[in-house]
Design a protein around this ligand. Sequence first.
Ligand code: FES
Length: 154
Amino acid sequence: PSGRVSLTVNGERHAATVDNRTSLLDLLREQLGLTGTKKGCDAGACGACTVLVDGRRVNACLTLAVRLEGAEVTTVEGLAPDEDDDLHPLQEAFIEQDAFQCGYCTPGQIMSGIGCIREGRTGSPEEIREWMSGNICRCGCYTKIAKAVEQAAG
Ligand code: FES
């Protein structure tokens, strides 16, 4: 069975026909061509697919697209949509702190970091690490990621 869903992604309205089991991750990547959001485990265990839904961070692989009628989704592409836009302060901080190696987890780390900052969970590197513990980095850049989030939190 399939259904229609209309939602806003990075400020743009979209209407899509989706199978009832289609994840937000597959809708973003396969139907909307927004491949900045990464698929790691596809099972809620790695955080590579983290996006914001109505301002809250979620694993897009665990979120059913059909449930998102009227939702506002922000992906990494929405942070600095045009070439001339300044990067988001957390994107700048990731560059300054050198907070990645292979970069595969980075979009999810950044979206999760934005959520972490909004939730006010940035009191110490330990607190940041704990509140971002759903985001795995196989290169082990956790210390630098926490520094970047701390920097952007100001
Ligand atoms: Fe969604 Fe790993 S791809 S948590």
